[in-house]
Write a protein of this length. Sequence first.
Length: 138
Amino acid sequence: MEKVKRVPKKHGLTVLLVDDNPAIRRELSKLYLSDGFAISGQAGNGREAIDLAKKIAPDLIVLDLSMPVLNGLDAAPHLRKLAPDAAIVLLTMYPVDAVSAQARQAGADLVLSKTESSENILTKSHAAIDHRRAHHTR
């Protein structure tokens, strides 16, 4: 489990990045940092993400669908309970339509393909955060 130093936040949003591939976590970190997010934590599997979510309250959780130990679909319900205010975005290499219904039942707000453009990932992440804030009763 890795922690990343906090950086000044442009919009005050934080993200927890979860992927078993360190290179993908690095790229996602660069992407979200470039948009002004603070990286509140990084994890290599769903179990590590759950442990981190107990300690932090991210605005956004971005997690991979396929990971060892505990995959994104199995981790999502636990993350939803631990971080009810966070938007959960599931990233996948599988066809999005094939996993969307199952992901939503698990607690994900959005499923995105890892082949989406950086701009689309950021735009849709912000939309998921806005939607969660507008429709989630605290």
